[in-house]
Design a protein around this ligand. Structure first.
Ligand code: HEM
Length: 145
């Protein structure tokens, strides 16, 4: 697959993923006070079901295309601190791996029945901070290095 196509797939999947996290953290938390608790629970459950169906595909494209893109920079990863670009790209990829770790934790906690509302909120906020940094680094590495 061509590099340009991989880049477009990566960008589209990033928009879908970051947009979903933004919606959950910024929009949903903002309406909680104005919606009855039972309705909110129903909405969150339905959203969860939908996300469970869609997001694995988005993540597959995002991380798959990311790996394909990274193969062009293998010399950069061999010396991750050799330049501003290399450092920022390396931190970006590490943050992306950490996001994956968050998902793994969420799945384990959900299976054990220990994924409380507070824990889930903290996970969401942490993932949101991660993806904001990832996007900033993804652009900064080209323009500020
Ligand atoms: C949460 C996960 C990720 C997000 C939100 C994300 C987001 C982005 C964004 C927004 C860009 C800029 C694309 C553009 O404007 O052209 C980018 C570029 C890039 N990403 Fe990711 N990414 C993620 C995961 C990964 C992973 C796991 C890898 C590698 C293993 C990766 C490797 C790259 C590379 C190499 C570029 C630079 C491509 C180029 O322009 O040559 N990304 N990423």
């Amino acid at each position: 697959m061509g590099y340009g196509l991989l880049l477009i797939l990566h960008l589209l999947a990033a928009i879908a993923f970051v947009g979903t996290v933004f919606f959950e953290v910024v929009m949903l938390s903002g309406i909680r006070r104005h919606v009855p608790r039972a309705a909110m629970l129903q909405l969150e459950r339905a959203l969860g079901t939908r996300a469970t169906r869609i997001m694995p595909w988005v993540l597959l494209v995002l991380y798959g295309a990311g790996l394909g893109l990274a193969s062009r920079y293998h010399t950069v990863f061999a010396q991750p601190l050799s330049s501003g670009f290399a450092t920022m790209l390396t931190i970006k990829v590490l943050l992306a791996l950490s996001v994956f770790g968050h998902f793994a934790c969420a799945m384990v906690w959900r299976r054990r029945g220990t994924l409380s509302g507070k824990r889930s909120d903290r996970l969401h906020v942490s993932v949101f901070c991660h993806v904001l940094l990832i996007v900033v680094l993804a652009k900064a590495m080209f323009h500020f290095s």
